[in-house]
Design a protein around this ligand. Structure first.
Ligand code: DGP
Length: 113
């Protein structure tokens, strides 16, 4: 947890964020600027900057996040498929430096992605 990290604060419940799922390791909430009818962000509670700083100790956690995506996408209305995006670092277009998985779905067209 870092006090200056917006996603750490969302995970702790200090900032409201339209949470749709949480457990002891993972929090999922709606993106504030949705690029598709369904646009979720899945984050680990642990402050990991991105995949470049994740380690082998995070493999199970990362697998759990990916495995959870289909269920949450479907529950939120993405009934005909979805896309997963993970931006990493400056050249990856990452804006928030707390690892997050974008889950995008719903009827096209979408704004971007
Ligand atoms: P990225 O470029 O991959 O780092 O995407 C960051 C995303 O986070 C972007 O789509 C907007 C979203 N976001 C940023 N701040 C907040 C916030 O305070 N609340 C919510 N719900 N989403 C946020």
């Amino acid at each position: 947890m870092t006090d200056s990290c917006i996603f750490c604060r969302i995970a702790k419940g200090e900032i409201p964020a339209g949470k749709v799922y949480e457990d002891d390791e993972i929090v999922v909430f709606r993106d504030i600027h949705p690029a598709a009818p369904v646009h979720l962000l899945m984050i680990p509670r642990e402050h990991i900057e991105n995949l470049m700083t994740a380690g082998s100790q995070h493999e199970t956690l990362l697998g759990r996040m990916i495995a959870l995506a289909p269920r949450l996408a479907r529950e939120q209305g993405a009934t005909d498929g979805f896309r997963i995006v993970i931006n990493n670092g400056p050249d990856g277009g990452q804006e928030v430096y707390h690892l997050h998985v974008h889950v995008l779905g719903g009827p096209r067209p979408w704004k971007r992605f």
